[in-house]
Design a protein around this ligand. Structure first.
Ligand SMILES: *Cc1c(COP(=O)(O)O)cnc(C)c1O
Length: 402
């Protein structure tokens, strides 16, 4: 439906543009028969968990996909990150370097490992941490660098790896957002000491939930696959007392395998959605799409846009206007982690750029439940509120604000 006058805004009591909410989650729906075919294997063998046939196959397939020697699966991406951090962190040191403008639960992950997050700044145009911003955070307490990719494109993997090497500090990558991406020196997955990924339903590879790590380090892979299984190395022999139960089960592995079978097709669909946004947002003054670097492989999973000085609303009002129409846009990684209330110790830093960037970037609806018609409607709505901004602002003030 197209809005013609301001009274039709859902925020002012009008009908919502979308009856069903349009979110920023990917929500891949792989071929059901394929999912059942994988499931039949574990079901008939009654091997439901504990390194079953589909978990083994998934680890093999993902190692091939990322071009690495090993893949170790976990019950969530969170536990993969936490366990790898614990194993890799330099002993006797207390700080983990990570960006502030990143995944909302990243500091909690560090808390589980009893490391204190040291937040670094990002680059204004790429939204990524850089060797320069990380170098400023390195000191004698640095136990580990967590290299996190931004939502669109990759961080400077080579530069960060080189910096880590120079200071003899281990580097772990959180590559959840770059699972399909490549850089000049190869496919994401084989860099640093290890790389971590998620199989949560909202990510590019949907395993209902789950996570995995890729590495070329034999010892690290063996230790982590033991630690996710209580620390067992042999029947009833616990080698690592900080192990826990973070195994992936068979059903999740089947879903992830079916998703992996479908990935090329999904990326094509994501690319078409991205191109549609690119065309439609071109006509909206004050909102710019963050572009994918199409000279390399990209997954086109998420749509991130920047609000410029020509846009007539604050980010909060923009999000309220969109959300009331069931367009579930979100502020980009907001609040940045260094401004969040935490229950634990962290090194306080002032990061003005991260604060500014979370205030002028937003994620727009994407994924399998958003089609090109929806995107046209979303962009038309943005155009509509922009060209009626004075009247909308007055109307909203009269109604007591948003
Ligand atoms: C989703 C996500 C995670 C955590 O993954 P889970 O599997 O949900 O625990 C970690 N890092 C980033 C960047 C993410 O987006």
């Amino acid at each position: 439906m197209k809005k013609i006058n301001v009274e039709q805004l859902a925020l002012l009591g009008g009908k919502k543009i979308f009856e069903q909410a349009k979110s920023t989650s990917n929500l891949l729906k792989p071929n059901f028969e394929q999912f059942l075919a994988y499931s039949k294997i574990f079901y008939e063998q009654m091997w439901y968990s504990n390194n079953g046939p589909n978990v083994q196959l998934l680890e093999k397939r993902l190692a091939i996909f990322h071009n690495t020697k090993h893949c170790v699966t976990f019950s969530t991406g969170f536990w993969g990150l936490a366990l790898a951090t614990k194993v890799l962190a330099l002993e006797g040191r207390t700080e983990i370097i990570m960006p502030s403008l990143t995944y909302r639960r990243m500091a909690d992950m560090a808390a589980w490992t009893q490391l204190s997050p040291k937040f670094c700044e990002v680059d204004e145009s790429t939204l990524a941490m850089t060797p320069e911003t990380v170098a400023k955070c390195i000191n004698k307490n640095t136990a580990l660098i967590l290299g996190v990719h931004p939502i669109v494109n990759c961080c400077d993997v080579e530069g960060l790896t080189e910096l880590a090497k120079k200071h003899q500090i281990p580097i772990l990558f959180d590559s959840v957002e770059s699972v399909y991406e490549s850089i000049e020196s190869g496919k994401i997955g084989g860099f640093g000491n290890a790389e971590c990924f998620s199989l949560h339903a909202c990510k590019l590879i949907n395993g209902f939930g789950g996570g995995y790590l890729t590495t070329n380090d034999d010892k690290l892979a063996a230790k982590l696959s033991s630690m996710r299984t209580f620390g067992f190395t042999n029947v009833d022999h616990v080698e690592y007392f900080d192990g826990l139960n973070a195994k992936l089960n068979e059903m999740h592995a089947c879903m992830a395998l079916a998703s992996l079978d479908d990935i090329e097709q999904q990326v094509k669909l994501n690319q078409a959605r991205y191109k549609c946004y690119l065309r439609c947002l071109d006509e909206v003054d004050g909102i710019e799409l963050i572009r994918f670097d199409e000279s390399k492989a990209c997954g086109y999973k998420n749509i991130v846009a920047r609000i410029t000085k020509d846009w007539p609303f604050s980010i909060e009002d923009t999000i309220s206007l969109l959300n009331s129409e069931n367009i579930l846009a979100r502020q980009y990684y907001s609040p940045p982690l260094h401004l969040k209330e935490m229950q634990f110790d962290f090194v306080k830093t002032d990061l003005p750029l991260s604060k500014k960037l979370s205030n002028n970037h937003l994620n727009l609806p994407c994924g399998q439940k958003v089609d090109e018609k929806d995107i046209v409607q979303i962009c038309n709505f943005l155009k509509f509120i922009s060209s009626n901004s004075t009247e909308i602002s007055n109307e909203l003030t009269r109604n007591g604000g948003l």
